[in-house]
Design a protein around this ligand. Structure first.
Ligand SMILES: Nc1ncnc2c1ncn2[C@@H]1O[C@H](COP(=O)(O)OP(=O)(O)OP(=O)(O)O)[C@@H](O)[C@H]1O
Ligand SMILES: [Mg+2]
Length: 319
């Protein structure tokens, strides 16, 4: 079972006025609410790939209840700890036809210490062999070591997968996670050193291993990904060729693809093949790809039955 934790999830609200200009009264008809947050994205794609998964995290108020309801409607079991005060943030995405998107992203509620303790209790109920994915930005009130603390709350034998940035990236390595997945920019920023070449990125990934991370995948956007494993091996996969559309969520898809590939028992090579396929499938469309789209990209890149590539517009995980 793969549990994901999203500490600062969102309800994304998409509105499409005819045009958008600041300082004006604008009208729109209809708005679409979609679940948002990195751990949530990982769980949605895993579920679509047929992997047993549950979305955990912190949620609050009517927006938090709506987020959980949207996930449950999509067949994803949830186990959010509900805050007594505060609302799950609403991120407003203004998408006028033919114009670039404007996003108003909320910062999220204040997190009281008791909420984190309740989440730790839930993580204590996981079982050896489970995976625990900790992904996305930390709420502003929580310290950099929060992911390491949460990973430590799970019983021995639970494998942590951490996608964090900034000081939290470096602090999380102490939990000896099975996998850490920074992108190139996050890695460079966290260490204050360049990661422009593959050699530089690999050197920083090794530094992250020096801090405790076991396997480190550095995603390189349209260039592919690098994986340094705990046995000292290094692998590079170029990106799957295709027409990019929107890479938002490609990193979350990479994590889901990696865990799916790993679950097939083909080792790190197969995990990496599925990871870059999932990242690409999401980069080639708007929103996070479905399991079916990921499989089509995998078959085209690594299997025998080729399929055409296109860039469909559509909601997250419509199946
Ligand atoms: N344009 C692209 N073409 C093909 N594959 C891509 C493209 N962009 C991303 N990918 C795939 O997706 C993976 C993850 O992408 P990226 O490095 O952009 O993650 P990220 O920056 O963490 O994204 P996010 O945090 O927004 O989810 C890459 O390693 C690559 O395999
Ligand atoms: Mg990312």
């Amino acid at each position: 079972m793969v549990y994901t934790v999203t500490l600062n999830p969102a309800l994304d609200c998409y509105v499409s006025p005819e045009e958008f200009a600041p300082g004006r009264d604008l009208r729109y008809s209809g708005c679409r609410f979609l679940p948002g947050g990195k751990g949530v994205n990982v769980s949605l794609l895993l579920r679509s790939l047929g992997v047993k998964t549950k979305a955990l995290g912190l949620a609050g108020g009517f927006t938090g209840r709506e987020l959980a309801a949207l996930l449950e409607e999509r067949g994803l079991p949830t186990g959010f700890v509900f805050l007594e005060d505060g609302l799950t943030r609403v991120n407003i995405k203004i998408t006028p036809p033919g114009q670039p998107e404007t996003a108003l992203n909320g910062s999220g509620p204040e997190i009281p210490p008791e909420a984190l303790e309740r989440l730790e209790e839930r993580l204590g109920e996981l079982e050896a062999g489970d995976f625990l994915v900790l992904a996305g930005s930390l709420p502003a009130s929580l310290p950099a070591g929060t992911y390491a603390r949460l990973a430590g709350a799970a019983p021995p034998g639970v494998e942590a997968v951490i996608d964090a940035s900034g000081p939290a990236l470096l602090a999380s390595a102490a939990a000896r996670p099975f996998l850490m997945k920074p992108n190139r920019e996050e890695l460079a920023e966290a260490f204050g050193e360049p990661a422009s070449t593959l050699e530089e990125a690999a050197a920083l990934a090794r530094k992250l291993q020096g801090l405790g991370a076991r396997n480190v995948a550095v995603t390189l956007g349209g260039e592919g990904a690098l994986l340094l494993d705990e046995a000292g091996g290094a692998r590079f996969r170029p990106a799957v060729p295709g027409t990019p559309c929107s890479a938002v969520g490609a990193g979350d898809s990479f994590v889901a693809g990696f865990l799916y590939g790993w679950s097939l028992d083909g080792g790190l090579d197969q995990a990496l093949d599925w990871a870059v396929s999932a990242g690409a499938a999401t980069a080639f469309r708007e929103g996070v790809a479905s399991g079916e789209e990921v499989r089509a990209v995998y078959r085209r890149a690594f299997g025998r039955s080729p399929t055409g590539m296109e860039c469909p517009r559509g909601a997250v995980l419509e199946e």
